[in-house]
Design a protein around this ligand. Structure first.
Ligand SMILES: NC(=O)c1ccc[n+]([C@@H]2O[C@H](COP(=O)([O-])OP(=O)(O)OC[C@H]3O[C@@H](n4cnc5c(N)ncnc54)[C@H](OP(=O)(O)O)[C@@H]3O)[C@@H](O)[C@H]2O)c1
Length: 275
């Protein structure tokens, strides 16, 4: 089992460099820019010379509704997408249906091929799905992991775990993974958002590792949304509770969009968080 995930040293180098590239994309004028180092990196990280944008190898764990919607959305924004899950027939079907830059990858090969992992798994299968890709033996070490899990009882709007959060469970299963919580509130069909920029959805994201927050923010921006960094990973339960709150407002017969106050952040903070 461990042998399947021996590319970890290479991956750590790749992800450190990916984070640096996202923080400081090469300037358009810097024609001599090369992703120096391993050949693996040269293939995995493609810099658009004209736009400075970074193409990322997005790995999606899951083959359900959200996985398919995100695979489609990110593939249309120039990223490569690897999709995996316990059912490789489903993964292959999604890859063929979307086509282009979406590829089905066997669970054992998955972690070595991706720059960031997006977890789109039902709460009940979370630990088992992470096991499939070697997370417990360190395959995701140093990699940004975006957890989209809703551990909510849909009948009541209550969180299923009595304490902690799904995102913290992911972090506890995957040693040294750079876990962030994001993209659990909006339906996958919301992406990519193509409406007026002023009305773009705000996606709250939390996590402890700045480079992973930056990576998630970049991918969220590519979906047409605005990332709002709201705290460390210990804020994840609050973000997950928000999903239950949304469900309860819907069950009460109202649109949750009108269930939070309309607040101008500039009136409340002299230096609003970067958006
Ligand atoms: N759908 C959305 O728009 C949306 C939006 C935000 C967040 N979410 C959250 O994202 C997650 C996925 O939602 P979804 O709508 O895509 O659900 P879904 O269509 O039911 O897909 C669930 C995925 O989890 C996998 N899975 C379940 N149990 C497993 C196990 N024991 N081992 C391995 N894999 C397992 C399923 O595999 P099989 O296909 O083989 O059964 C499938 O790939 C959920 O936590 C959900 O709350 C969904």
């Amino acid at each position: 089992m461990v042998d399947q995930f021996d590319g970890r040293a290479d991956m750590a180098i790749r992800h450190e460099r990916l984070a640096r590239s996202l923080d400081h994309p090469p300037s358009i004028a810097d024609r001599s820019y090369r992703p120096v180092g391993t050949i693996v990196l040269a293939f995995s990280l493609v810099i658009h010379r004209h736009t400075g944008a970074v193409n990322v190898n997005v790995g999606i764990l899951g083959t359900g509704t959200l996985a398919k919607a995100l695979a489609r959305a990110w593939s249309t924004t120039g990223h490569n997408v690897c999709i995996t899950g316990r059912d490789m027939v489903k993964a292959g079907f999604i890859a063929r249906e979307i086509g282009g830059a979406v590829e089905a990858v066997a669970p054992a090969d998955f972690a070595a091929q991706v720059d960031v992992v997006v977890v789109a798994i039902a709460w009940e299968g979370l630990a088992e799905a992470l096991g499939l890709i070697g997370a417990p033996v360190g395959s995701l070490s140093g990699i940004p992991v975006i957890d989209c899990t809703n551990a909510v009882d849909y009948a009541t709007g209550e969180l299923k775990p009595e304490s902690g959060s799904a995102a913290e469970l992911v972090a506890s299963i995957a040693p040294n993974a750079h876990v962030v919580k994001a993209l659990h509130l909006f339906a996958g069909t919301s992406w990519p958002y193509k409406g007026p920029p002023l009305s773009a959805p705000v996606v709250a994201v939390c996590g402890d590792e700045p480079s992973a927050l930056q990576c998630a923010s970049t991918l969220i921006t590519d979906l047409g949304a605005k990332p709002a960094k709201v705290g460390g990973l210990n804020s994840a339960r609050q973000l997950e509770e928000a999903a239950g709150f949304v469900m309860r407002v819907v069950m009460a017969g109202f649109n949750p969009r009108f269930a939070v106050p309309d607040v101008n952040p500039t009136a409340h903070s002299p230096e609003p968080a970067a958006r």
